[in-house]
Design a protein around this ligand. Structure first.
Ligand SMILES: [Fe+2]
Length: 189
C-alpha cells in the first residue's frame, strides 16, 4: 500500500502462532511463513493510535488465517474498520462469545475487557485499520493458555475449542457502517 511505503511493519510468523492454531499437526510440519503484518502508529490523533494490519490469505492447514488474539484491560476498547477484503471478528468474554462478519467499509467495535481475534475468511488479502489507546499493553496470556480462542474457524466451519470449559454458544452480530459517536471507552474515561 502506497501510504505505508516507508513504514516497517511488525511481522507475525506462522511459528509465532503455533500454540494457538487448530491444526497443530499441520503446524509442526509446515514450513514457516509471514502470517500477518502490523503497521503500528500510521497516524495518531487525540491520544489514539491508528494501526493498519495486513493479513494475506495463507491457510493454517484447515484453519483460516487469523491473528493470535489478545485481551485488553478493563476500560480500553478498540474500533476496527475493514479497508480491503473480508474479516470475521471473534469477540469473547467469560460469559459471551460472538462473531461479526465484516466487509470493506464495515466497522467492528471491541468492547473494553474482551478478548478478540481477527479471521480472514476471504480468498484474498485482508487489510484493516484500528483506533486504539497507546496507554496499555495487550494481554496474550489467556489465549495462549487456552491454545486459541473459544472457537476455531475451519474449512469444516466453526469448531469449539475444548480447552474452554462450559464455553458459551457462539452467536453472531452485525457490523456497523459508521464509527459510533460515543467512543469514550477508547480513552479509559
Ligand atoms: Fe486489540
Amino acid at each position: 500500500m502506497r501510504f505505508l511505503k516507508n513504514k516497517n511493519p511488525d511481522i507475525r510468523r506462522m511459528s509465532d502462532l503455533r500454540e494457538v492454531l487448530f491444526d497443530k499437526e499441520w503446524a509442526e510440519k509446515a514450513e514457516d511463513f509471514d502470517a500477518y503484518y502490523m503497521y503500528r502508529g500510521v497516524d495518531e490523533r487525540d491520544n489514539l493510535r491508528y494501526d493498519i494490519t495486513v493479513i494475506p490469505f495463507n491457510m493454517f492447514g484447515s484453519e483460516f488465517p487469523k491473528t493470535k488474539g489478545h485481551y485488553h484491560p478493563q476500560g480500553y476498547g478498540e474500533i476496527y474498520t475493514v479497508l480491503k477484503g473480508k474479516a470475521i471478528y471473534l469477540i469473547q468474554t467469560v460469559s459471551d462469545v460472538y462473531a461479526i462478519y465484516a466487509n470493506k467499509g464495515d466497522v467492528a467495535v471491541i468492547p473494553p475487557g474482551s478478548g478478540h481475534i481477527t479471521i480472514n475468511p476471504g480468498e484474498g488479502e485482508l487489510v484493516m485499520a484500528n483506533w486504539v489507546s497507546p496507554e496499555f499493553s495487550s494481554d496474550y496470556g489467556p489465549i495462549i493458555e487456552k491454545e486459541g480462542g473459544c472457537y476455531f474457524y475451519t474449512k469444516e466451519g466453526w469448531v469449539r475449542n475444548e480447552n474452554y470449559e462450559n464455553s458459551p454458544e457462539l452467536r453472531f452480530e452485525d457490523p456497523r457502517r459508521e464509527i459510533p459517536d460515543d467512543v469514550g471507552f477508547l480513552y479509559n474515561t
